[in-house]
Design a binder for this molecule. Structure first.
Ligand code: HEC
Length: 111
């Protein structure tokens, strides 16, 4: 519940700060990053090395995330505890909020 509220506030913050930064360069980390963008960059940094940008790479025997049909709770459990060749990700993702953003992102990779 609290998390949902945080996400909503982040979402609003992302929306309202859009449009002010048209002139800024792509190389900078934009302060106005939306939750979806944050989820995507967390994924790129922490997950794409095994799963690939599109989730299909399968490095180290990683599951194809575009084919995965796990629910949020199951995904979270794997992220917290790891599974076989996949290491636990809690420490790397730092907090619950980042974990939630990544979960939302990997669900957008599904076909
Ligand atoms: C070191 C390589 C590696 C990294 C980094 C990694 N994974 Fe994985 N991942 C795997 C492997 C290997 C499996 C397959 C585990 C098994 O079932 O044997 C897997 C499985 C999964 C599954 C289960 C899919 C299914 O349907 O069973 C999810 C979800 C997942 N990874 C998400 C992530 C996310 C999100 C990140 C980044 C925070 C991440 N992984 C980072 C290797 C990795």
């Amino acid at each position: 519940m609290v998390l949902t509220r945080i996400l909503f506030i982040l979402f609003l913050a992302g929306l309202t700060s859009c449009g002010n930064d048209k002139a800024s360069s792509n190389n900078e980390t934009l302060p106005s990053e939306t939750p979806a963008q944050k989820g995507a960059s967390l994924y790129t940094v922490n997950c794409a090395s095994c799963h690939g940008e599109d989730g299909k790479m399968g490095g180290s025997g990683a599951k194809d995330l575009s084919q995965s049909r796990l629910g949020d709770k199951q995904i979270k459990k794997i992220l917290q505890k790891g599974k076989n060749a996949m290491p636990p990700m809690s420490a790397i993702l730092e907090n619950e909020e980042n974990m939630e953003l990544v979960i939302q992102h990997i669900k957008t990779l599904r076909k």
